[in-house]
Design a protein around this ligand. Structure first.
Ligand SMILES: *Cc1c(COP(=O)(O)O)cnc(C)c1O
Length: 181
């Protein structure tokens, strides 16, 4: 159920190569993390950028965008806004393809229970991303994690480099996890 990547940026790239072919739609609300757009262009996918409303709630059009991949950065960068697990579940059940919830900043959210990892077993098209780069201050070590049902992880494993992580990063990330309060 877990894939470790050379930073969550590598996992984002794996997701695009795994699920998006030429002309496939990739949707996300904007403004958000700028790498999504770059990766869609590299893959020759079709960008579907939906503007956030003033309160940064999930835009209704995102549910029906008919996208192979939908990204939701939660909490969102640059707005710092958080959407609830109920809204994430509703979005995941509505989208055509996979929903990727990028939780790079979740450790800074006020409610520690706001992570969508707990939904990944019951929602078959949901991938949740975490990184050691922000709350653990380990950006230079390049380590991120993807959580999803085993079938999704197995597909992503086929696309990743055979030896995508170095041993020092693995040791440091394991130590960091044991250091959680
Ligand atoms: C920093 C960041 C990433 C990438 O983090 P790495 O694990 O260092 O690759 C992914 N998504 C968001 C929203 C980020 O801010």
């Amino acid at each position: 159920n877990i894939l470790a990547g050379n930073g969550s940026d590598e996992i984002l790239s794996i997701i695009l190569r795994c699920f998006v072919g030429r002309g496939d739609r990739v949707a996300f609300p904007v403004p958000t993390y700028s790498l999504y757009e770059t990766l869609v262009k590299v893959q020759d996918g079709e960008l579907v950028c939906v503007n956030y409303p003033a309160d940064f709630a999930i835009p209704p059009e995102l549910h029906s965008a008919n996208a192979a991949v939908t990204f939701l950065c939660n909490p969102n960068s640059p707005s710092g806004t958080l959407v609830s697990l109920t809204e994430i579940e509703r979005l995941a059940r509505a989208v055509a393809g996979v929903l990727v919830v990028d939780e790079a900043y979740i450790d800074f959210a006020e409610d520690p229970g706001s992570s969508a990892i707990c939904l990944t077993q019951s929602i078959p098209n949901l991938i949740v991303l975490r990184t050691f780069s922000k709350s653990f201050s380990l950006a230079g070590l390049r380590i991120g994690l993807a959580f999803a049902r085993a079938e999704l992880i197995a597909g992503m494993m086929k696309v990743k480099d055979s030896y995508n992580l170095n041993r020092l990063s693995l040791v440091a990330a394991t130590a960091a996890l044991h250091d959680l309060p």
